[in-house]
Ligand binder design. Sequence first.
Ligand code: CP
Length: 338
Amino acid sequence: MAKKASSSSESTKGESGGQKRPFVWARKDLLGMDELSAEEIVHVLDTAESFREVSTRSIKKVPALRGKVVALMFFEDSTRTRMSFELAASRLSADTMIFTSKGSSVAKGETTLDTVRNVKAMGVDVFVIRHSQPGAPHMVSRKVDASIINAGDGAHEHPTQALLDIFTLRQRLGGVAGRRVAIVGDIAHSRVARSNILGLRKLGAEVVVVGPPTMVPSAITAMGCQISHSLDDVLGEVDAINMLRIQFERFGGNLFPSLREYSKVYGLNSQRLARCRKDVLVMHPGPINRGVEITSHVADGPNSCILQQVTNGLAIRMAVLYLVTQAGEPEIRNSKTK
Ligand code: CP
């Protein structure tokens, strides 16, 4: 890293003015936002801030993970997450192996655990796992002696997406505490919504989830967010709007009359954007269904930070790979980041 992270979590001064122990990351896995404290979230964001500079150099590499092997295990489709983890591992000088279930021996009946154990036998230090089954990375972490990073497990969690979303909000708004964020769409089937709510609430943001009653479980208020079934009602009161894709792959039946009807009531278009604060941030985790949850005019317009989210995903994933491999190794932490 070019400079030391400027996290308050790394401060050595206590509130009373005395010396405080420096923050040391202790997790070998990243399974969800649920398990992270506010201090840990800030530490990831600050570490990512330091790694962002690496991508501006002519030689975009640091030796932080030299000698380590990172296996990208994608049992479910991905573009952004898989490619940014691959580039992140490469920028940290790790060796990478990429598994996608399509074309693999999963088609012959090999289980998730057998697949991971066989790849581990080739000498893997970190597994990045995406899976359609909620809890799959957690199950692997109990059975396999390596670092496990959850790259999205069913409708459960997508912690690195939430971290890059919060990183982007912090970058654009100067902080998230006291800010109001709307998350709009298929909340019930969205791991992005769950992880964002958990992370944003821990950092003191207000969250309102918006969607039709069939897509917004009332129990979600237990996570500390509010519910609205009217997008028009919340437009003028939020600092950011995170639009979600309808997760057609996660439910069988119809949850709304038609796509046209859904788009009319819950789609973000130019007319609705005009009723938002002038500098409202428009976010989307991707992939976008243009013309359904968001129009091209809004997705590609000046309020959109959708591609900035993707750019920030690289720094966040470098930070997460780095932190899980350095857990418990402070002397390596300090010597390998130059
Ligand atoms: N946001 C996200 O997870 O995108 P991918 O499915 O392309 O990885």
